[in-house]
Design a binder for this molecule. Structure first.
Ligand code: CMP
Length: 145
């Protein structure tokens, strides 16, 4: 079934956004929506609220509000898992070993500047899509296949 997920190209990979968009399309995702946005620190904190209190939270918020990002709503059969598979593990150095060729291997710099984001569950996808695209309808849909 077709499912939606939220993808982000983070500040460190914005110079490769055209290349990454091409990879997205070649992997069979439909780009339903796309937006370039510069988050305020408050917005970045809200977006990553589940990580509030963790050691890396302040640097994550500072980083994600440091420069523009591009956010995408992607559609594909089992899009959430498929996109997470394509991006690979959070840590690009680990990604290099376990998922060579994944996006974080190719474009990531370190654990914080890891190039891309993907929703980790149906619930997160709904929330994150609403967060970035206020007027979205986040019901099951049939787009693409
Ligand atoms: P992302 O998939 O966007 O979700 C949370 C982000 O926090 C993650 O990618 C990284 O950018 C960052 N992050 C997660 N774990 C760590 C960590 N141990 N140290 C630094 N940053 C982290």
């Amino acid at each position: 079934y077709a499912e939606r997920t939220l993808a982000i190209v983070k500040p460190d990979a914005m110079d490769k956004v055209v290349e990454i968009e091409d990879i997205i399309l070649r992997n069979g995702f439909t780009i339903l929506q796309k937006r370039k946005v510069h988050l305020s620190p408050e917005q970045a904190s809200d977006f990553y609220v589940e990580h509030y209190g963790k050691m890396f939270f302040p640097s994550l918020v500072a980083y994600m509000s440091s420069a523009p990002i591009t956010v995408f709503v992607l559609v594909k059969n089992k899009a959430i898992a498929a996109w997470r598979e394509l991006i690979g593990p959070t840590n690009p150095f680990k990604a290099r070993e376990t998922h060579p060729g994944c996006l974080r291997d190719t474009y990531g710099k370190d654990q914080t500047r890891n190039a891309v984001h993907g929703s980790d569950s149906f619930h997160s996808a709904e929330r994150e899509i609403r967060f970035m695209f206020h007027d979205s309808i986040v019901e099951p849909i049939a787009v693409g296949q």
